[in-house]
Design a protein around this ligand. Structure first.
Ligand code: BDR
Ligand code: CA
Length: 326
């Protein structure tokens, strides 16, 4: 992959909490990105709290009201919602903000995805960092959606490795396995950023690195530090030596493909029939006579990724409004 030469129009489809917020900051502040919309999907924490977290993130980045937030599906396709509040708390480190005058778009998130892809055929990139409910619904609703989407970057699954919500499954695919299965079967140009081994090896920030970020001293770095605390405690309690950043890595890899040090084509499918392995991602590496349907990122330049996040958090813009607790 080569360095990208132009600004990339993208939508971030998110269950906004913690690292989703960091991914939004990458989309908002990296000069390689033109973030045209944020679509909300049921996932990490309560839906309305996720919207609050997205509004706080826009405010900290000094961009309140500038990027539309579209509310998408409030529950998975066929299953009950499963929260990850035990991992993320409220998802924005207990911060709060007066939201007076801040609005969300009247257009549904699924319709926004369909429209934005149709308006930018072949060039819109979608960074999907929550359960895939909105993406699956869009492809069912509009037969042209798959062809209109330029590339779909998905955070989810594990590449023949450990899950996180169960031994077998990573959270995003576990929450809506039917959606994930439909998306991988649909014919998108897909890139996958998995949990294991990629995130666990290349996107964990150690306490030393987190201290380096805290020392930056911008409102953005304070926001990051507040937000990461809850996840850090959880991650350390399960033996991970730092905070995990799969969602911001997904945005970073789209914008800066030169970070990728190994990738390969795989045939990816998702388990929907079993209780034990619900949401398991079978990633076949080319020896099982299956047609590949996705590029899976196998390793990235971890130091380069950390440097990118540190640079994003070093921007010193003034927040759009005051955020209590920051
Ligand atoms: C994924 O689940 C969520 O908790 C994170 O935001 C990330 O998208 C990791 O399994
Ligand atoms: Ca997420």
């Amino acid at each position: 992959w080569k360095r990208r030469s132009s600004v990339i129009p993208l939508v971030i489809d998110t269950d906004t909490a913690q690292d989703d917020c960091v991914a939004l900051l990458v989309g908002l502040l990296d000069p390689a990105a033109d973030l045209v919309g944020i679509t909300m999907v049921a996932g990490n924490v309560g839906f309305d709290q996720q919207v609050k977290n997205a509004q706080i993130t826009l405010a900290v980045a000094g961009r309140s009201g500038e990027v539309p937030i579209y509310l998408g599906c409030r529950r998975p396709l066929v299953r009950e919602w499963v929260s990850a509040e035990n991992v993320h708390g409220d998802g924005s480190g207990g911060l709060s903000m007066d939201e007076e005058g801040l609005e969300v778009s009247a257009e549904h998130g699924v319709d926004a995805l369909i429209r934005l892809a149709a308006e930018n055929p072949g060039t819109l990139r979608i960074v999907a960092i929550g359960p895939l409910t909105n993406i699956a619904t869009a492809l069912v609703k509009d037969p042209d959606f798959v062809a209109n989407v330029g590339e779909l970057y998905i955070m989810g699954g594990s590449n023949n490795g450990r899950g996180n919500i169960t031994a077998a499954a990573e959270y995003n695919f576990y929450v809506d396995p039917e959606a994930a299965k439909a998306v991988f079967a649909a014919g998108f140009d897909i890139t996958v950023i998995p949990w294991d081994q990629l995130t666990l090896r290349d996107a964990v920030f150690s306490r030393e690195q987190l201290a380096e970020i805290a020392a930056i001293g911008t409102p953005l770095s304070s926001f990051f530090t507040r937000m990461v605390d809850a996840t850090l405690a959880f991650d350390e309690s399960v033996g991970i030596p730092g905070s995990t950043h799969p969602d911001s890595l997904t945005a970073a890899v789209l914008l800066h493909p030169e970070l990728v040090t190994a990738h390969a084509r795989y045939a990816v499918d998702i388990e929907t029939g079993s209780d034990l392995t619900r949401g398991y991602s079978a990633m076949s590496w080319g020896v099982h006579e299956l047609e590949p349907n996705a590029r899976v990122i196998e390793s990235v330049d971890a130091a380069g990724f950390f440097a990118l996040i540190r640079d994003v958090l070093s921007h010193s813009m003034t927040p759009s409004r005051s955020i209590s607790g920051l």
